[in-house]
Design a protein around this ligand. Sequence first.
Ligand code: CMC
Length: 376
Amino acid sequence: MGDFAKGLEGVTAAETNMSFIDGQEGRLEYVGIGIDDLAEHSTFEETVFLLWNNRLPTASELSDFRKELSKRYALPAGLARRVAEIPTTAQPMHMLRTLVSEMSLYDTHPNDNDVEQARRKAMNILGQAPTIVAMFDRCRRGLPVIEPDPSLGFSANFLYMLNGEKPTETMARAFDICMITHADHGLNNSTFAARVVISTLSDVYSAITAAIGSLRGPLHGGANEGVMHMLNEIPSVDDAEAYIMGKLERREKIMGFGHRVYKAKDPRATYLMTLAEQLAKDTGNADLYAKSHKIEQVMEREVAAKGIYPNVDFYSATTYHCIGLRLDLFTPMFAMSRIGGWSGHVIEQLSDNRLFRPAAAYVGPHDAPYVPIDQR
Ligand code: CMC
């Protein structure tokens, strides 16, 4: 029992070159570069290159990377048919998890795990996941499917496939910033799930499928949808304080707050707050931002002393809403971005693998008699 760390808190279970988190100071770096710097200057494609190669690309490397990715936007015909057949009532995270798993059926070498093959599979998943999400959303709304446009970057192409018209530069950039800020985050639950699965030398599709299953939980990536439900439940900014106080009195968790690692404000929340404020103003959603801001103020007064601050999910909800995304697509957005991080971790794990196999402290009885069924 001595070594038992519930929830593996404080346990270092892997080495990574990808992201560094200082939870006390509220700092996040990808390969040493501050998240604010990346959000300000980088693109999602460049950020994924950085995570997968541990360095920034040259101009020609970035251009090749973009080409490699955009070549994969289109789905194999069989997979596209499957997306169209998914029940329109299905939840998008269940749909995405299932379809990523199905991608392995179209890979002629699904089990090859050398680094080159792992990168190829990761590129497939990264390129096709947005197409799957956009296609499913249009099918369930009874709208014609929009084929991907390989001349567009990752974010602009996704919004184009979703809405049927090219996004403004501001919207595409705002979405790209969301993708950059969600791309990697140390050994979070879904990343750990991906590393655990690949450590058996299973395959990249299985690892990413497991990660998507983990991400959808409300304590993890599902929290961004929880935040939006909460904002929808609060009629106006004047009701926000009473709503939050009621929840705290009932000892209910406030979605979008708290973090296992951060005991200061999550730097991604700081960045997304500014973005959300601007977008909310521009899109006529100022009241939504005002509610969020009020909630943050109440939480600061009530629980900041316990180290509970806004996390990445809090302001990403307002941001996604202002970009025009339907609520149940928020967590799939997180997944589309984090596929970059998960894949990088899978490659790191494969490069220096050892099977994950922790121990459990047995707390049950010993020497118990086997009682025949008719005597129980
Ligand atoms: N609202 C109110 N109280 C909270 C919250 C919250 N959001 N988060 C933690 N606490 C309290 C909790 O009730 C507990 O209090 P006490 O010691 O009095 O029982 C204390 O803080 C410690 O909480 P914990 O749940 O044991 O801490 P953890 O490190 O296991 O939890 C967490 C981390 C993210 C699961 C938790 O903060 C939480 O449930 N937050 C809400 C869900 C959320 O926003 N998740 C997204 C996380 S960040 C992005 C991601 O990873 O996807």
